[in-house]
Design a protein around this ligand. Sequence first.
Ligand SMILES: Nc1nc2c(ncn2[C@@H]2O[C@H](COP(=O)(O)OP(=O)(O)O)[C@@H](O)[C@H]2O)c(=O)[nH]1
Ligand SMILES: [Mg+2]
Ligand SMILES: [Zn+2]
Length: 296
Amino acid sequence: MSRRAKSSQSSVGCLLGQVIAAFGRHYSVTTAVGTLSCVMRGKKSGVACGDQVECRMTTQGQGVIETIKPRNSQFYRSDAFKEKIIAANVTQIILVVAAVPSFSEELISRCLVAAESENINVLIVLNKADLIQPTQVALDTLLLYRELGYTVLQLSAIQNALTLRPYLSNHLSVLVGQSGMGKSTLLNTLIPEANRSTAAISLALDSGSHTTTYSQLYQLDKNSAIIDSPGFQEFGLNHIKEENLAYGFVEFHPYIGHCKFSNCRHRSEPGCAVLAAQEEGKILRKRLDYYHKLLR
Ligand SMILES: Nc1nc2c(ncn2[C@@H]2O[C@H](COP(=O)(O)OP(=O)(O)O)[C@@H](O)[C@H]2O)c(=O)[nH]1
Ligand SMILES: [Mg+2]
Ligand SMILES: [Zn+2]
């Protein structure tokens, strides 16, 4: 039996596939017999781009997703009502920011917390580097994240994406960030056939308009793929449990587990290793304060 035939086998009559696009409750799934347009059994939602699924063909080109395979990672954000999955099984989050329209540091911090809590690698891309003066200011803001150990790449998606390309190898990456930062432009530069729609930003509102309405996965080569996702203007963290929040702060990692109390929340508990590290200058006051703010 060929490898391909074997890998397409699963429960009786089911095909294994990967979700490559999520349009509301409709999903495109690539399988050994081609791409199927699927719905989830029982009209449930919660399937995401990047999911490995078992599906059953119903008619030519159409099918039903029966089960979602266990995920290696799941990247969520919450809004006031519920949690929303952005992508499944990604190994890298590419946080795209730009000097124009202005980006929110709060969104960056929140996005990093969500990524760290799932142990997903993060790369920060400062796009629109052709806008030299504002980019310099943005770089100063991003210095903090560089100091925390995150890689910050500068590029101009309308010119090329050469600096980014080596970082994509052997990863399933997802482009995330506010609308208008240039995620879809960057994707088109990487994969011209993708033809993602992009939008001129409204300078009056200093915000991007939402042109990308659904997530889609594009294969870069055999072992690398990238997902473009719709932008967001809020990034709730309600889905992260209080006891896991500290793990969202990468520089806290060496101290977690070394506090006197195993259920320490690093507020003002005696013998807290995180608070001690802040006092020794190993953790910035600003970040500890931000952690306390999120904790509330
Ligand atoms: N100056 C400049 N503009 C860019 C660059 N990349 C994207 N843009 C513009 O930014 C706007 C928003 O881009 P888009 O890709 O739709 O952003 P998205 O919402 O993050 O997907 C569009 O008008 C793009 O032409 C860049 O490198 N330099
Ligand atoms: Mg877009
Ligand atoms: Zn503690």
